[in-house]
Design a protein around this ligand. Sequence first.
Ligand SMILES: [Zn+2]
Ligand SMILES: [Zn+2]
Length: 372
Amino acid sequence: MSQEAPPPKRRITGYHSEAPYSFNDSQVDDIVRVCSYHRRDHDYSVIWFHPSTHTPVGNLCDCKPRESNFTLGTIEKLPVELIQQIVLGLDIESLFRFRQTCSRARELIDNLHEYRAITSHALNTFLALLRTESASQVSLLRFYQLLCFNECAFCPSFGNFVHLLRWCRCCYDCLILSGYVTALPSNLQNIPIRSLPYLETLPGLYSTNLLEENPYTERTLLATPENIATAYQQQNAEEDVIGGRLEWPKEKRVWRFMACCAILSFDPKTNKVESGISCSGCELAFDEGHFSDDKDQDEEELAQEVVGYCNKVYSTTSYLEHFAWCHHAQALWIASSSESVRPANLPQMCQDGGFLRARDQDFWVSAVPYKF
Ligand SMILES: [Zn+2]
Ligand SMILES: [Zn+2]
């Protein structure tokens, strides 16, 4: 594995090792456990429900086999494979309603492995779609396909967020920087946005910089700029949009975060899930202010590069490629005596579970009930 790891684009002396570190397949799980951690502050920066809010919707995930005496009428005359294809094409809102109609509909849906995977591994996203009123925009099949994929839509990083309006994965950097994930309020000029894809934001605690979390109580209808323009056009002349009579609101960064939810990645071949991991070695280098041994390299530029390494989220495969060249992660691994002891200098952030301070339970995103 380490022999195949491609070298970093720019090798930093003292930060990257001189040669790829060798390890064997039996050490992979331990290396990941000792030298990486999951950044829960990313999860908490967007829509995130306290686990207790899942209790009232527990039956969504209760897929125990049941005998049903009901039938779906004439639909039952279709081959079961065809019925399943129809159900896979249902949007999440229709699926939710259909599952409530009778025990036969529930049995049919619960037997779909796509539904089981989603309610087992992506319940937060499922509930976020329902509670933000954006569930009619995503089919069960599209949801499952996104769950089984892990790459950011805009760069090769692990995409640990799903953008509910765009229905695509994105990473933290792209959530901040990409113009494509812009989300704007649509209720400023009586635009009939409810006829087009939109979502209603949820009150709760959001963080746009990972250092401070702020409560937001607003419930705003958000949409993509092109859908706002289309809705505006439907009741105004096209030249009003082109000529600039549509007054675009100034974007608040928090709207992007209110349109996103953290999501795992599911591998249907192995049934394994990944939440995305970050490098404890890079966090250690940042904590110690150790950026390079090379005095010719610009310290500030290097510091920024190291911050980029700290914030990066990897799949297990891409993390191992990074580990093979990350001097500080290798040092942690060696200090752990090959996983038998926890390294004494493991950064506090990694020990605390990936966030800087504990979250007050009162400030989780509210469990706004479904409206249908
Ligand atoms: Zn990205
Ligand atoms: Zn590293």
